[in-house]
Design a protein around this ligand. Structure first.
Ligand SMILES: [Zn+2]
Length: 397
């Protein structure tokens, strides 16, 4: 909807900056590894940084445990042989540039992993307890019967911005925001589906118009624990670039740009026959005030910060911290909600990147890591994630 002109010099500068942004370097090195059998089978990862918190997730058919170490570079030998006995069959790894090191354990059966971080001189030792006795004879899966409470998955509503008659912003190469948001949303959906304990729900999965109230309604009916709205906006400044993450502000936008952006997103809604929420009525205002006292906004900020910190690892961010603006789509008083502006479609280089499957996937992966990190830490009661968190806390002593 808005187009803008970049001078040649600025194009070069933006390009140079984007190149630098792609080179964000790893902050930690994995310099030692050991697999030990004390009571349980334990893995030791020695790191030269204190800032690494791993992400663990299990996969079945065949059983695997995936250990992601963010911003970590491998600088040691991991065992490459296949183990003929014991729960671990073999160890593989993949270096995902500087973003993370992924270690995959091929397992003979399911494990109940937990981890503990032990500070050491100049870094930390990450101790992963597989929750399985070192002696395979004792470690039958039925050895620990449990009263099974009905647990549920944590639910993430993924909202691909715009759609149908509402194209959203339009890039200089005529890229439509609604197509980019849907592509990223679908990739995010696929990634989250692979996460045990998390169930994603797409607000729209085709090129259709869904009004903002309906978007929130769909999320609420799905029982969403988190609402993530994906956008790729344009702004009337030719040097604007990078990702931004927004949550709802109570007293309006915290920056002029945020105000402008909120206006443009809401305008888009008004233009295409959506409910206008600009003239906020007293009841809504009161709801927002109550909301401020509740934890929803705080949770939204936390989720936003987790997502933004992952986006910082893959490229430029427009602002270093989560911004607050008055986006209508975030006005669900009961569901923590964030709005991700993936990049500026108005920036020629970013428009090009947004069109590449590779970059869409990179964005989706970063958002997914942020969402998962938030949900694991703030696991809603009654979910598999909450139960797992408690188990881990219990075994971390
Ligand atoms: Zn948008």
């Amino acid at each position: 909807m808005r187009s803008l002109k970049l001078t040649g010099f600025r194009v070069v500068m933006v390009f140079v900056l984007l190149c630098f942004a792609g080179m964000a370097s790893a902050q930690s090195t994995l310099y030692g590894f050991n697999m030990v059998q004390q009571d349980n089978v334990m893995l030791h990862f020695d790191l030269n940084s204190t800032a690494v918190s791993p992400e663990l997730f299990s996969l079945a058919d065949p059983h695997r445990l995936v250990i992601d170490l963010p911003r970590t570079q491998l600088d040691t030998q991991l065992p490459s042989e296949q183990f003929s006995q014991g729960v671990v069959k073999g160890i593989r790894y993949a270096q995902h540039d500087d973003a993370y090191l992924r270690v995959v354990l091929d397992l003979r059966r399911a494990v109940s992993p937990s981890y503990n971080i032990v500070p050491r001189q100049g870094g930390q030792r990450l101790v992963i307890d597989l929750g399985v006795r070192g002696n395979p004879a004792i470690a039958a899966p039925s050895a620990r019967p449990q009263v099974q409470m009905p647990l549920r998955d944590a639910i993430v509503a993924i909202d691909a911005g715009h759609g149908g008659k509402d194209p959203g912003a339009v890039g200089q190469r005529k890229t439509l925001e609604k197509d980019i948001t849907l592509a990223v949303a679908k990739r995010l959906n696929a990634l989250l589906e692979a996460r045990p304990g998390i169930k994603p729900v797409l607000i729209r999965n085709t090129d259709v118009f869904v009004d903002l109230r309906m978007r929130m309604e769909i999320a609420r009916r799905a029982g969403a624990d988190l609402f993530v709205s994906i956008h790729a906006d344009a702004i009337n400044r030719n040097d604007a670039k990078g990702s931004s993450v927004y949550t709802l502000s109570v007293d309006g936008a915290t920056s002029e740009a945020a105000a402008w952006l909120a206006k443009s997103e809401n305008q888009s809604a008004a233009l295409y026959g959506d409910v206008a929420l600009d003239g906020m009525d007293d009841i809504l205002r009161q709801t927002l005030l109550n909301l401020a006292q509740s934890s929803t906004l705080e949770r939204s900020m936390e989720a936003g910060a987790d997502i933004l910190s992952e986006l910082k690892q893959i490229g430029d961010v427009h602002k270093r911290s989560v911004e607050q603006a008055s986006f209508a789509v975030l006005k669900a008083p009961d569901i923590p909600s964030v709005l991700v502006e993936t990049a500026f479609i108005s920036n020629r280089q970013e428009e090009k990147k947004l069109n590449s499957a590779r970059y869409q996937q990179t964005l989706a992966e970063a958002i997914e890591r942020g969402v998962a990190r938030y949900l694991v830490r703030r696991a809603p009661e009654g979910t598999h994630l909450a139960a797992e968190r408690r188990r881990n806390a219990g075994t971390a002593e």
